[in-house]
Write a protein that binds this ligand. Structure first.
Ligand code: GDP
Ligand code: GDP
Length: 500
């Protein structure tokens, strides 16, 4: 795409589908009714019926408070986490291509839902085990709403525990102190010695046997904030943007260029020294919420594991946003780290705008070649919106808002069930699924189960080839747009009901 063409999509994009009141609409409706009736001959699960009724479960994880479990290696963090979330860890993600490091897991105690952040596996993921406990704690504390600090009561408080205590104090966040490995009454005394840490009452527990964990969890749940900022409910609320990308691509420069002086802190936790996390900014004359601007300004300087932590933090920011602007340095070739950030956005199902920054460094004569190589790098993401700009000079920054609007419009778009099934009917008539061992799977019915991002459920009588699935996605995009938004298509193979 040349620089001048990059915007053409904005005006040409199909408007969000509205059901038109024309004969075609009634045809769609008739066809939908017939297909729906046909589907009744098949074995459907509760989940299927919910999808058909348009009741896809809302994505709520982002709106839950986070409890981080931190502590030195071997104090029993992982054992405790497993006790809290139990076997539910084994939940298999349905979405193909989920490659993100999972940071937090949904958990529940005494009727309270929350996210449990497990730092137990972090050491293993960061090369070289000598990463300081304090560095690790700092990242977790930063991202959590309350902290469960685990100390090995049989060892007592060590120097590195003391360091973490300092960080905890400075954070001002609620802390629950778990004195672990108290497997019997004889350990209670050692646990009581941890009053000395100055973090309040130590809860004696045995993560291994479950002793005392109920009281501990009661206290932890009570420490979580009850009111979390709503992510999606208020349609009037400014839309949430994450500005992400590897270090030095120009995130803070762009933030400054965009926000200028007109910045309002949105989320400032009263009475703490915590950095403001989100800021309201005015871009293009409208209000937006930029998530995790603290993460952009504050640089965590680490020799080891910096990438891993940057990726955790980026993941958290993406999860809380509706649209992610991924910044890339146009003056350098795309790196693996760039590609990883892009995948994080796609896997999280957020709207995406790719921003090629530092375009002022690209000479006139280099532009053509550069465009070509970018094109090749991004061949897997033909739907991604791209903007070339310069955060330093402000060149083309006025193109951001139209691109964000387009991406969010796609992310919000809903295709009516009637339209969708007419489309599927035409597609199958034109290009039937290839016959496999004498059988041809039939597409029975399709529905858009949800928006944000658009998720489609297609019911079929047999396995649909991956190539055919990709073909469906390509055609869906050709017909309905969805530029700037990932879409998810899941196929449910259902069998005919047995006659009784
Ligand atoms: P992490 O490195 O903090 O995640 O610690 P782990 O959960 O991997 O536990 C380290 C070791 O301590 C393992 O051998 C556990 O079985 C053991 N452990 C964990 N909790 C308890 C406990 O409550 N009592 C006893 N006796 N051992 C425990
Ligand atoms: P961050 O780490 O992603 O927040 O990146 P910064 O905003 O700190 O930028 C890193 C470096 O790139 C700084 O030296 C900036 O001055 C420089 N930089 C940022 N944007 C541009 C740009 O559009 N053009 C040029 N030439 N340099 C830029």
């Amino acid at each position: 795409m040349s620089d001048d063409q990059e915007y053409r999509g904005v005006d040409d994009a199909p408007a969000p589908m509205e059901v038109p009141s024309d004969p075609e609409e009634s045809l769609d409706a008739v066809r939908e009714a017939a297909l729906r009736a046909g589907l009744e001959e098949y074995e459907l699960t509760e989940d299927d019926l919910a999808a058909l009724a348009g009741e896809a479960p809302a994505e709520t994880e982002a709106a839950l408070p986070t409890l981080a479990v931190i502590g030195r290696p071997n104090v029993g963090k992982s054992t405790l986490v497993n006790r809290i979330i139990g076997k539910r860890l084994a939940v298999v993600e349905d979405t193909p291509g989920v490659t993100r490091d999972r940071v937090s897991y949904p958990a529940e105690w005494a009727g309270t839902d929350f996210m449990l952040m497990d730092t137990g596996g972090w050491e293993a993921k960061v090369q070289g085990l000598d990463l300081s406990v304090a560095q690790q704690a700092e990242v977790a504390i930063d991202m959590a709403d309350a902290i469960l600090f685990v100390v090995d009561a049989t060892v007592g408080a060590t120097a590195s525990d003391e360091k973490v205590v300092k960080l905890l104090r400075r954070s001002g966040k609620p802390v629950i102190l778990a004195a672990n490995k108290v497997d019997g009454p004889q350990g209670e005394l050692e646990a009581a010695a941890l009053w000395n840490l100055g973090l309040g009452e130590p809860y004696p527990v045995s993560a291994l046997h479950g002793r005392g964990t109920g009281d501990l969890l009661d206290a932890a749940v009570a420490a979580l904030p009850t009111e979390m900022p709503e992510v999606e409910i208020d349609p009037e609320a400014p839309r949430r943007i994450a500005l992400v990308g590897r270090p030095n691509v120009g995130k803070s420069s762009l933030l400054n260029q965009l926000a200028g002086e007109r910045r309002v802190v949105v989320d400032e936790t009263a009475g703490t020294t915590r950095d403001p996390v989100d800021e309201r900014v005015e871009i293009g004359g409208r209000a937006w919420t930029l998530v995790d601007t603290a993460g952009i300004r504050r640089r965590v300087h680490m020799t080891k594991g910096a990438d891993f932590y940057a990726s955790l933090r980026t993941g958290a920011a993406i999860d809380r946003a509706e649209v992610a602007l991924v910044l890339l340095d146009a003056s350098q070739p795309l790196t693996d780290q760039d590609t990883r950030v892009i995948s994080q956005v796609v896997d999280a199902g957020r709207a995406l705008v790719l921003v090629f920054n530092k375009w002022d460094l690209v000479g006139e004569d280099e532009r053509f070649l550069l465009e070509r190589s970018i094109e090749q790098d991004l061949v897997q993401l033909p739907w991604a919106l791209r903007i070339n700009l310069s955060a330093r000079t402000g060149w083309h920054t006025n193109r951001l808002v139209p691109a964000i609007d387009l991406a969010l419009g796609s992310w919000d778009q809903r295709v009516s069930t009637g339209r969708l099934n007419s489309f599927l009917g035409e597609l199958v008539a034109e290009h039937p699924h290839p016959v496999r061992s004498g059988k041809q799977p039939k597409i029975l019915f399709g529905t858009q189960a949800s928006t944000r991002p658009p998720r489609f459920v297609i019911f079929a009588s047999g396995f649909i080839d991956p190539t055919y699935r990709r073909f469906i996605e390509r055609r869906l995009r050709e017909r309905f747009g969805f530029e700037g938004s990932p879409i998810q298509i899941s196929v449910r193979v259902r069998e005919k009901r047995k006659r009784r």
